[in-house]
Design a protein around this ligand. Sequence first.
Ligand SMILES: O=C(O)CCC(=O)C(=O)O
Length: 349
Amino acid sequence: MKSPKPLTPQQVQFFHEEGYLIVPDVFAPSDLEPLRQKLHAEIGKKARALKAEGKLKDLHARIGFDRRLAALYRDSAENGNAISRHLEGLRGGGFHAPEMFEVIAHPKLLAKVASLLGTKEIVASSVYRIRPKLPKLGRGDVPWHQDSGYFTALCDNHLIITCWIPLVDATVENGCMQILPRTHTGKVVTHHTGGNAGFLVIKDENLPGDPRRSITAACPRGGVVFMTNRTPHCSTPNYSDHIRWSLDLRFQSADVPSNVGLWPKTIDAEGNADAAFYEKGNIACYPPEADFLVSSKKTPKLVTDYAEYARRRETYDQTKPNFSVVRRWPASVEAKPAGRKSRAKSVKA
Ligand SMILES: O=C(O)CCC(=O)C(=O)O
């Protein structure tokens, strides 16, 4: 097999100057097909389980990947949410599968990430999300934020790359992302809790640039939108008749603080791990979720395979999350009744 192409120096320069880069042809459509089919099969499995419990009548089995979950949601928001939650990849038993790991560790993707990080020593994060953005359902509209708003301040000045990967063509109509270019070299700005669907939000007055200068990050299937952890971005409503499926993955240099290799020695019945696990894990950019090595020339033996990745995800899922060092942002006055002073924690959007 030919070795996958790195980015050109011009693309790398564009990324560092603009804070983002859209590459329309990282993958061949067939590279993403196993994951699309796995997600479709998983929807069927969950739907059949709900039917067996008497909660669902029509499996909508003839409807394709781009529309089936929306049909299930239309019949019952409760069932639609249960299936979405299962697939999204959040902590607490979220979906993972070999087909997902193949995308995370795909040589074509890692070659591009290595160009941006300037190293082949690459750590991937369990902070990934699979996003079925259903048509005309506000829950998937993500307000302005920097990914660092969700991470510990310890990692503000490190580069963590978000790879946003559409599983269908992402267009203005179906709610692709908006990005505020050339604003990623300053501080992590103030976020507020209480944005749409519980997301963090940067209010317009706190944005590090004029939102009217944002760019529309339309991206075909097979393409990837790369962003930094300080690049402000949001996503708009899905006005189309199909689901805007996407996933977003995160990568950092192995020199950046992480919890690679950290395991709990003990986990009690309530999910409390030993103190050393939490103390050592505090240096990770997002301590509640497991990091793992995906590329290394120096220590190729330590590169994680699917079984190890699954074991790490499941182990972290069993432990009580460690949010102690994740930022606390003020509650949005608009979102909460005046007088409430809660400084809620936020799970990565
Ligand atoms: O997929 C979306 O609509 C938003 C994605 C996002 O905000 C992220 O990847 O951080």
